[in-house]
Ligand binder design. Sequence first.
Ligand SMILES: Cc1cc2nc3c(=O)[nH]c(=O)nc-3n(C[C@H](O)[C@H](O)[C@H](O)COP(=O)(O)O)c2cc1C
Length: 166
Amino acid sequence: MRHVIMYATRKGYTGECAERLQQRIGESADLLDLGRTKRPDLSPYDGVIIGGSIRASQLDRRVKTFLHGQQEQLLKKPLLGLFLCSLDEQQWQNLLDQHVPKPVIDHSSAVGWFGGKIDLSQFSPVMRFFLKKATKSSESMFREHPEHLETFADAYLEAADRLVTP
Ligand SMILES: Cc1cc2nc3c(=O)[nH]c(=O)nc-3n(C[C@H](O)[C@H](O)[C@H](O)COP(=O)(O)O)c2cc1C
């Protein structure tokens, strides 16, 4: 089976997660940055994982456009996975339901939330000011959840195994 992990990232965390997933899935997985490739070709792949991050309660526009525009193609794939990166554990499930077409969620064998991070050193002084106000904290926030990534990868790979050895 050939797999592709499609993602978009602003400050790198979603990209890091996509790379870690690629390592877990192995050589048969390609990595594709939706920020660089506007019209990716899905045809070589049996399994597609799509990941995006949340800002101001919105799913990354590039990921959202892709999910809605390619919905028909995605639903024809035997294996799908979806993951989100964000800080708020209470909010992600609602945001997923809000921004991702329901048939795509229902068709996915693995759906996960990998946490997120805000490293203030990556932002301009103006953004730092606003982020400190919004988060009510003067510190960077590191809320990564690699264990969720592991669970997601296991669920995805088990579903892939079921497809090749029914
Ligand atoms: C301007 C801004 C707004 C954000 N808004 C939200 C939000 O509404 N909910 C949330 O859970 N996380 C929010 N986050 C946290 C991001 O989802 C988190 O930083 C994520 O790791 C970003 O992924 P990236 O490094 O791939 O860009 C926000 C981060 C920034 C910088």
